[in-house]
Design a protein around this ligand. Structure first.
Ligand SMILES: *Cc1c(COP(=O)(O)O)cnc(C)c1O
Length: 437
């Protein structure tokens, strides 16, 4: 009795702060993504459009990916059979690691059960193996990186977000020979802003520091072969450890690091969260492997993604919605109040069949609540038109402030040059053709 009250009070506190989270019960459909079936608790099931998926390219419903997964499950079974130390290293997992090492032009890669675990395991293990290490961590790093930093026994200093002058100040205050690990992200997923990677690598060289980057929101989507922003900016070879996920741009599940053979071997050998947890099943590895290969070979997918993101931003801004500016595919629309953010999300779903989960504290600071929109190449132009109409209606109904209508320039010199798969006759993305029909 006494115990349950404690939990109920904790939840009551969240509710009073208007940040109690409710999950939408959704049924995704490979044939019709980004459309899905929503099953509310009270009422009949309805067709909705998903606008907040981190399956940024729709790779999770790609027929080649799902086929690889199903075939592998038939061939090799449902589970991995154990931790990798006991019985869980499968041939598909080895192939996947080789593919990831090649993607990032590193000697090796090491796969984990999630991106979250990979950051926790790799950052803490690397920092603990470096004697007297100082970790320099960007102030807006993801929770999984913070957990990794905290788990290590190394000293840590936080540098102001993307502020290279502050980073330099902290680096310069240390003896050159001290071991240092700079930990940051390439693309910060809530604001969609991109780190000054080259400048950070310059500082790492100057002050004798190792670099560790999280490319979770960039792999599959940036760079010539989809290796991320470091590839796009020509900095990949200068980064010591690249961490990313197989769950977002690649649309499956799992996380990894790509680094030198010695670093991967050390993390493999010393990280408890790697050693004592059952490996990813072969079917997951084959799906991820297929997805990485597709992303590597088909830049038109990235082009389509950028095009639909740009078009969504552009159309929202023309309609006067307060889009938070950035140079990426993420489309954050500012609300600045937890209750209104939730109300806007509810109204989009109930009145307009549009699913956009509200982003509230602690994912973003209080007062910075927002709707975070993530267009995919499978969102056709008609989806975008529907979104704009719905957003304008919700903003008007709730009395949310509009911004001055503005434009952003197309990143494409000639929009007609931007052939995107769901408009191409000969496209190899059958589900996109369906979406456009
Ligand atoms: C989602 C996320 C992770 C965790 O990846 P998962 O594969 O979802 O566990 C790590 N870093 C960042 C920046 C993320 O947004």
């Amino acid at each position: 009795m006494h115990y349950s009250e404690i939990f109920e009070n904790a939840i009551g506190q969240l509710k009073s702060e208007k940040r109690y989270r409710v999950f939408a019960n959704l049924e995704r459909d490979t044939e019709r993504f980004p459309n899905a079936i929503w099953r509310p608790d009270n009422g009949p099931a309805r067709d909705v459009t998903i606008w907040c998926s981190n399956d940024y390219l729709g790779q999770g419903v790609h027929p080649e990916v799902t086929k690889a997964m199903a075939t592998a499950a038939k061939t090799w079974g449902a589970g991995a059979g154990g931790t990798r130390n006991i019985s869980g290293t499968s041939h598909p997992l080895v192939m996947l690691e080789n593919e990831l090492a090649d993607l990032h032009h590193k000697e090796a890669a090491l796969v984990f059960n999630s991106g979250w675990i990979s950051n926790l395991a790799a950052i803490s293990t690397i920092a603990d193996l470096l004697p007297n290490c100082l970790i320099l961590s960007d102030a807006l790093n993801h929770n999984s990186m913070i957990e990794g930093v905290r788990r290590s026994s190394a000293e840590r200093k936080i540098w102001r977000h993307n502020d290279v002058a502050h980073l330099e100040e902290l680096l310069a205050a240390e003896p050159l020979e001290r071991n240092k690990l700079i930990v940051f992200e390439s693309l910060y997923s809530m604001d969609g802003d991109i780190a000054p990677i080259k400048e950070i690598c310059d500082l790492a060289e100057k002050y004798n520091a190792m670099t560790y980057i999280d490319e979770v929101h960039a792999v599959a989507m940036y760079g010539e072969r989809g290796a991320g922003v470091c590839e796009r900016d020509g900095q990949m070879h200068r980064i010591d450890v690249i961490e990313a996920t197989l769950a977002k741009g690649f649309g499956v599940v799992g996380g990894y690091i790509a680094a030198s053979a010695a670093i991967c071997d050390a993390v493999r050998s010393f990280a408890p969260s790697f050693i004592f947890s059952t490996a990813l099943p072969p079917a997951v590895c084959m799906a991820a492997l297929t997805s990485v290969k597709i992303a590597k070979e088909r830049p038109e997918l990235r082009m389509a993604h950028q095009r639909q993101s740009w078009l969504t931003k552009h159309a929202l801004m023309r309609a006067g919605l307060p889009v938070m500016q950035n140079g990426s595919h993420i489309v954050p629309v500012f609300v600045g109040n937890a209750e209104l953010c939730k109300a806007a999300s509810d109204m989009l779903l109930e009145r307009h069949n549009i699913y956009i989960q509200p982003i509230n504290y602690p994912t973003v600071p209080r007062g910075a609540e927002r709707l975070r929109i993530t267009p995919t190449p499978l969102h056709g132009d008609a989806h975008i038109t529907h979104l704009i109409e719905a957003m304008v209606d919700v903003w008007t109904t709730l009395g949310l402030p509009f911004a001055e209508a503005s434009d952003i320039e197309s990143p494409f010199a000639n929009d007609a040059d931007c052939t995107y798969p769901h408009q191409k006759q000969d496209c190899s993305y059958p589900q996109m053709k369906r979406a456009a029909e």
